[in-house]
Design a binder for this molecule. Structure first.
Ligand SMILES: [Zn+2]
Ligand SMILES: [Zn+2]
Length: 175
């Protein structure tokens, strides 16, 4: 078995349904091999989980917290934050639930489960603010701080086509 700092020996838990074990650890993000630019390198992932023995497996629930940094999808400002996700996952020695993670021998590894859940919790396309005006598509000015002189009329060629159609149809354009 590959060595992982999140391998937990669950021999005790497996012996008695209903028994519980708490896991509270800070793990360096590198350990997870996220291979994702959004996760801050050198940061710590907070793992706060409770393992609870059932008759046919171990339920792992609790929270994971990781630091991310990314760019606003409209203006490219650097953004950062903390992604926190609540998890509830099942581990089984004999897999009967297709979504269960494996218990190998008397050990279970929380690493891959934590990795998958953190990646789902990190924003895919964040905005610096809900109404971020973004960059001018013509000159690239940051429209949050600069006012450029590009004509809004020419911003998108598709509108020009619409204008022609409107004129041809005799409709009034009140812009
Ligand atoms: Zn923005
Ligand atoms: Zn412009």
């Amino acid at each position: 078995m590959m060595s992982s700092p999140l391998v937990v020996n669950v021999a005790e838990l497996l012996r008695r349904a209903g028994s519980v074990r708490e896991i509270d650890r800070q793990i360096e993000s590198e350990i997870f091999k996220f291979d994702d630019a959004r996760i801050v390198m050198g940061s710590q992932v907070q793992v706060s989980l409770t393992l609870e023995a059932l008759t046919d497996g171990i339920v792992v629930h609790g929270s994971l917290r990781a630091e991310w940094s990314f760019e606003c999808r409209r203006c490219l400002r650097p953004l950062s934050g903390q992604a926190e996700v609540e998890v509830q996952e099942l581990y089984q020695a004999v897999i009967s639930d297709p979504d269960a993670y494996p218990i190998t021998g008397e050990q279970l590894d929380l690493l891959e489960m934590a990795r998958e859940n953190v990646l789902l919790a990190v924003p895919l396309a964040p905005l610096c603010r809900a109404d971020c005006p973004g960059l001018c598509p013509q000159c690239g000015s940051d429209l949050q701080t600069a006012r450029c002189s590009c004509s809004r009329e020419q911003r998108d060629d598709r509108w020009a086509v619409l204008d022609v159609l409107r004129e041809a149809g005799g409709a009034k354009d009140d812009r």
